[in-house]
Design a protein around this ligand. Structure first.
Ligand code: PFF
Ligand code: NA
Length: 454
């Protein structure tokens, strides 16, 4: 048996974990979620969720991977023979996410090229759904492959699988050492440019204006927890996998704080950039910022191209920077999700990394072709909805309840982490994981089931 791969440096691990966390969720999800849930006031539930669930769970997952030194299924199995399935559940969710996350990165590649020829024209919505995606008229109809999506999608998978073939230190670590600093630089340029636009301040006013009354609404708290879970890539088995490659001597608690705050800083930066740009658009059109706010696919591929058309200077260059940063942020996350099941296969079947990348990554790549068809967007929406409703929060809930109450493993993990960290985990950590997080997530799941089943 080969010895387990290891990160070359502490910075390499931190960059890879930040690379996993910083993704589309920071750029196109956070700004809209914050705006819709109280603006400046949203930072209260958001910080609460970060400190009571996000960072505590991150510390827990880092500790599990480090202590049991395995992919998620193997680590859970070593913790207790009966909990291997919990790791596979996370692995399965990661697999499904990777099949469609890759497609959005492919779109971003196309759009970074379109920004130079102004291909999207003035009807950006018609362009996305009509000319580019060639979307089927009827939901559920598959239609034919769309070459504009198919070709960049092949590139995405070639890059990701190529990096994973090279392994943890020579592949994942080096890629993130290049991608993440590049992403931060691109994004800083974007934000500085955005702040110089006329109307930028109106956008920031709208973003930060606090609506404190909203804090009384439980849905706002649910939104904060949901954002933290998705954004930190926790409960998908990813962070367990990454920390299983840490050397014995690693300050995992400290690392978790760096990753948690690093991700949130990027989120804040994205909020400022996105709203400065929306403020520019609203001012130019003579409407309120609330009329132009969008998130997700609509923000990145419809609203932004339309705004970029109106920029006073550097339009092409700005468009390229924006879509290239989506590509970098997306790729570093896709690498982490794909590694999660690659590692699961290696540990379970004792096969080489090369075979695991070929089988696991290859299968995901083939399935992702479904989303590169004319019906692709409908399937993508369905998969994303399903994952968000029944994947993330539910796994998080089952995970903390199992570890805190069924297996009673928290104390052991705490001792392990404290033995190698400068930061001591006290009762703050155990109370958050055994009481606060289960109550909030339980409430969230209850609400979701009620909404879906009743
Ligand atoms: N944390 C990433 C983001 O905020 O975009 C998203 C993500 C990465 C989700 C990896 C899931 C995942 F497995
Ligand atoms: Na994120």
């Amino acid at each position: 048996m080969e010895t387990r791969s290891q990160w070359g440096t502490r910075a390499g691990f931190i960059l890879a974990a930040v690379g996993s966390a910083v993704g589309l969720g920071n750029i196109w999800r956070f700004p809209a979620v914050a705006y819709e849930n109280g603006g400046g006031a949203f930072f209260i539930p958001y910080l609460f969720a970060l400190l009571t669930a996000g960072i505590p769970i991150l510390i827990m997952e880092f500790t599990i991977g480090h202590k049991y030194r395995g992919s998620a299924p193997l680590s859970f199995k070593r913790m207790n023979k009966k909990t291997e399935w919990l790791g596979w559940w996370g692995v399965l969710v990661a697999f499904v996410i990777s099949t469609y996350y890759s497609v959005i990165i492919a779109w971003a590649i196309s759009y970074s090229i379109f920004s130079f020829n102004g291909s999207w024209g003035t009807d950006t919505e018609g362009f996305l759904f009509g000319e580019y995606l060639n979307l089927a008229e009827v939901p559920g109809q598959i239609g034919s492959l769309v070459p504009g999506v198919f070709i960049p999608l092949i590139i995405v998978w070639a890059v990701v699988l190529g990096i994973l073939f090279k392994g943890v230190k020579k592949g994942i670590e080096i890629a993130n050492r290049i991608f993440i600093p590049a992403l931060v630089i691109l994004f800083l340029i974007i934000v500085i440019y955005a702040l110089t636009l006329p109307g930028a301040l109106a956008g920031l006013d709208a973003f930060f204006a606090p609506d404190f009354a909203r804090i009384a609404d439980p849905d706002v708290w649910v939104a904060a927890y949901g954002q933290i879970f998705f954004s930190l890539s926790i409960a998908f088995a990813i962070m367990i996998t990454y920390s299983s490659y840490l050397p014995k001597k690693s300050d995992i608690t400290n690392n978790a704080f760096i990753v948690g705050f690093g991700n949130s800083s990027f989120e804040l930066l994205a909020g400022i950039g996105v709203f400065a740009i929306l403020g520019f658009m609203a001012t130019a059109a003579g409407v309120g910022v609330d009329e132009v706010v969008a998130g997700g696919v609509g923000l990145a591929f419809v609203v932004f191209p339309a705004i970029i058309n109106e920029f006073p200077f550097f339009n092409e260059f700005f468009g390229f920077l924006f879509f290239a940063s989506l590509v970098l942020a997306g790729l570093s996350s896709l690498i982490s999700i794909t590694e999660t099941y690659v590692a699961g296969l290696v540990d379970k079947f004792n096969i080489s990394r090369t075979k695991a990348v070929l089988f696991g990554g290859g299968l995901a790549a083939v399935i992702s072709l479904l989303y590169a068809t004319q019906g692709g967007l409908y399937f993508l929406d369905a998969a994303d909805y399903f994952i968000n409703q029944f994947g993330v929060a539910l796994i998080g809930l089952v995970e903390v309840v199992m570890i805190a109450w069924v297996l009673r493993e928290l104390k052991g993990l705490q001792t392990h982490a404290n033995g190698i960290s400068d930061i001591r985990l006290g009762s703050w950590w155990t109370i958050c994981l055994s009481v606060v997080t289960p109550i909030v997530l339980g409430y969230m799941m209850f609400g979701l089931f009620k909404q879906n089943l009743l």
